[in-house]
Design a protein around this ligand. Structure first.
Ligand code: DGJ
Length: 735
């Protein structure tokens, strides 16, 4: 039986590696402090035994006082102190009206849960585990904290354990709750739809809840599990911003809530909608990780911090991911009409451009003539590839490229051998209709037999063929989320177990096939989050490849994710979706902001097109590391779809050691002969001398060949850029 008495903990635990441990609390109410980068995060145990946040913001001196935790005032007889206190992890009980971190029901019908501090351990120099326990029941929660020493980004998660003799049901489990004191705040978040992802929304936080969530089984195109909260008049470059991101690819929820006393609490974790996870005696449920950080340099500073952290700590090849290969993908050119001869002919053209990787998309397997059939039957279509994939792969290798292949492992078409053999493998409620989307159903990957099948065919594919890369697609959301192998309410475990199995398959494939690279695609950007990005190397942000739409999408996307993972293809003009005509140069420069790919029909290109693309792909290779892993400065915003196209847009990336910077400028429509705005570079070393190289475009007379960082940042670069959908790019190299 676990006791409930507080242990005496007479010092502050400090996670800053070499820092002396200051003694701040001498009683039974310990205070904990985490320092990293420019951030300090502190919390302590209040007079009732609850764990309460006491500070989160700019880094303070090691000797500075940390206020002792003290429960907040009650507000008359309607909002008690338990509700108003910024608890680190509040159980639903005792009059909590704010969003709970944990809600549990017990076998005897009790649903009151009040978590008090029990103990703490320090697994390593940068981590801290805090154990909370209900005031009478044997339910414990271990809160895991890990602060990155360089960025100050905190990774928090929670493990709930049932120590009761009877099972309990977890109805809601957050990873963490983060609190901010009363102030005027603006919330930023990303929303969208298929082919219209990554709209940046900004709104004042008012009393009540703003819920960001997915109930779709996966992350979703509609809302992304990222937020940023700016204080007062903070903007792109200035002011305080708190930000966070939930690393989960299933149903998720982030609740941003201003309380009665104007404080803000952000609670994130499994989506409690239709949630229920039963734990037998001794069983545990671990939440996803909810990352959070603080920037004193505006929303631009916040995204630079987060994106660097993702590259160095989250991606599977962190801390030093290689630059992404420049790919060719055949989807928009051929759709499912793939064949050995057609793909080889395309690969031969792609190779002349300096492409590193040739990817064959949908259509190569089963009876996949259209999207009405074939998913689930992962054998090579003998009509399209009579000799298997080998002749194509060999030719791609001979051309100096490696080979990638499209798969959609979690799906099945009812018109497939797999479905005919195993109709019960699709997610369904027995006796109820199965709603098809794109004539496909979702396989229940939570089932061990389905997991074994999916891992088995992928493993075989990679073992039998020299495949360097999988484009892993996922083209619908869930419906009728039943799991009839499970009893009653345990069917709801599908929400967690499915996602864990996706992750475990990805991890096992990577372990068994070292070097394999994987893209997360879900009809575009439907499954982009830091959970899947722990196992995948890049994502497909959108099926919308219109280069102007992409500029606005890339603007939003980069608030939450690094350019390194942002695949961007150059496709045909006029664009299939908007019928917008653009120059090849504009399309190339739009895509060169991220990880560059070509997805155009090369059979339609003329010699001049090949020459332009070859030249700009070569230029891209020279700046790729700066573009994809450097610090991004958003200079001029392309306006979103609601307010209409903006005239101009510009972004800049600076290498971490500041030896190089790259600037992209776009005139999306020139009105009244207006000149392009002066481009004042950012983030350079003011004392260093930088040489200017024009990648594409024209500078105004008088532009120096080289000048100090101070000159480029203060005087700035004047360029000539007139027209509709025209673009320019420049680089600076330190001398
Ligand atoms: C959706 C993806 O986003 C596209 O790029 C393409 O792979 C198709 N699926 C293939 O069905």
């Amino acid at each position: 039986m676990i006791g409930v008495q507080l242990k005496t903990f007479p010092f502050v635990l400090c996670l800053a590696a070499a820092m002396a441990i200051p003694v701040l609390a001498q009683d039974a109410k310990p205070t904990f402090r985490l320092d990293g980068g420019n951030t300090t995060y502190a919390f302590g145990v209040n007079e009732r035994g609850e764990l309460q946040q006491v500070y989160w913001g700019g880094r303070i001196a090691p000797t500075d006082p940390i206020p002792a935790a003290a429960g907040k005032m009650e507000w008359a007889s309607f909002d008690g102190s338990y509700n108003n206190t910024p608890q680190e992890y509040a159980g639903w009980g005792q009059g909590l009206y704010m969003e709970p971190a944990l809600k549990v029901s017990f076998a005897d019908g009790n649903r009151d849960l009040v978590l008090h501090y029990l103990s703490s351990t320090k697994p390593d120099a940068q981590s801290l585990d805090i154990v909370l326990k209900d005031i009478s029941r044997a339910v414990t929660v271990t809160l895991h904290y890990k602060m990155d020493a360089e960025s100050g980004i905190l990774a928090r998660s929670a493990t709930v354990e049932n120590g009761e003799k009877q099972p309990i049901t977890i109805e809601q489990e957050a990873a963490a709750a983060y609190s901010l004191p009363p102030a005027h705040y603006t919330l930023s978040y990303l929303s969208g739809r298929w082919a219209g992802e990554w709209t940046l929304n900004q709104e004042t936080i008012h009393q009540g809840q703003r819920v960001l969530e997915s109930r779709r089984g996966s992350t979703g195109h509609q809302l992304n599990p990222w937020f940023a909260i700016a204080r007062g008049d903070a903007d792109e470059d200035h002011g305080e911003v708190w930000f966070g991101e939930l690393a989960w690819s299933g149903n998720w929820r982030i609740t941003v809530e201003q309380d009665t006393l104007d404080a803000v609490r952000v609670t994130g974790g499994f989506n409690p909608f239709d949630f229920g996870y039963s734990l037998k005696t001794g069983e545990k449920l671990e939440s996803p990780v909810f990352y959070a950080g603080y920037s004193a340099h505006g929303i631009g500073g916040a995204s630079r911090q987060l994106n660097k952290f993702t590259v160095e700590h989250v991606l599977p090849t962190a801390p030093k991911p290689k630059p992404r290969p420049v790919i060719y993908n055949s989807w928009e050119a051929t759709e499912m009409n793939v064949s050995e001869a057609g793909q080889i002919a395309m690969a031969e053209k792609a190779a002349t451009l300096g492409i590193d990787r040739f990817v064959m998309d949908d259509g190569w397997f089963g009876k996949r003539k259209t999207d009405h059939a074939g998913l689930g039957d992962w054998y090579v279509d003998p009509d399209k590839f009579p000799h298997g994939l080998k002749p194509l792969i060999d030719r791609v290798h001979a051309l100096g490229m490696d080979f990638g292949l499209w798969v959609e492992p979690e799906m099945v078409n009812p018109d497939s051998d797999l479905y005919r053999a195993h109709p019960d493998w699709a997610i369904n409620f027995p006796g109820r209709p199965r709603m098809e989307q794109r004539t496909q159903l979702v396989l229940n990957l939570a089932r061990p037999d389905v997991r074994a099948y999916v891992f088995g065919f992928l493993d075989k594919l990679l073992t039998e063929n020299q495949i360097a890369f999988l484009k892993w697609d996922y083209n619908r959301n869930w419906s009728e989320p039943g799991w009839d192998q499970q009893q009653g309410a345990d069917q709801k475990k599908i929400y967690v177990d499915f996602v864990r199995n996706v992750y475990s398959i990805l991890a096992e494939l990577r372990a068994k096939h070292p070097g394999i690279e994987i893209e997360s695609c879900s009809g575009g950007g439907g499954r982009v989050d830091l959970g899947i990005l722990h196992y995948t190397d890049e994502v497909w942000p959108s099926d919308n490849t219109d280069p102007f739409d992409r500029l606005t999408q890339q603007w939003g996307f980069t608030h939450a994710y690094p350019n390194q993972v942002m695949l961007a293809w150059v496709t045909d003009s006029p664009h299939w979706m908007n019928n917008r005509a653009t120059t090849l140069t504009y399309r190339l420069l739009s895509s060169m902001e991220g990880s560059l790919g070509i997805g155009a029909n090369l059979n339609k290109w003329n010699d001049a097109d090949f020459a332009t693309a070859k030249r700009l792909i070569a230029a891209y290779h020279e700046v790729q590391l700066t573009v994809t892993q450097g610090d991004l400065y958003r200079l001029i915003a392309p306006t979103n779809n609601v307010t209409g196209p903006s005239q101009f847009a510009a972004t800049e990336m600076v290498a971490p050691d500041k030896h190089q910077a790259v600037l992209f400028a776009y005139a999306n429509g020139t009105n009244e002969g207006r000149n392009f705005p002066l481009l004042q570079w950012k983030g350079l070393d003011p004392a260093a001398t930088y040489k200017l190289t024009t990648i594409e475009g024209t500078t105004l007379p008088g532009t120096p060949a080289s000048a100090s960082g101070a000159w480029w940042m203060n005087h700035g670069l004047d360029i000539l850029l007139h027209g509709d959908f025209v673009a320019a790019a420049f680089r600076l190299d330190r001398q």
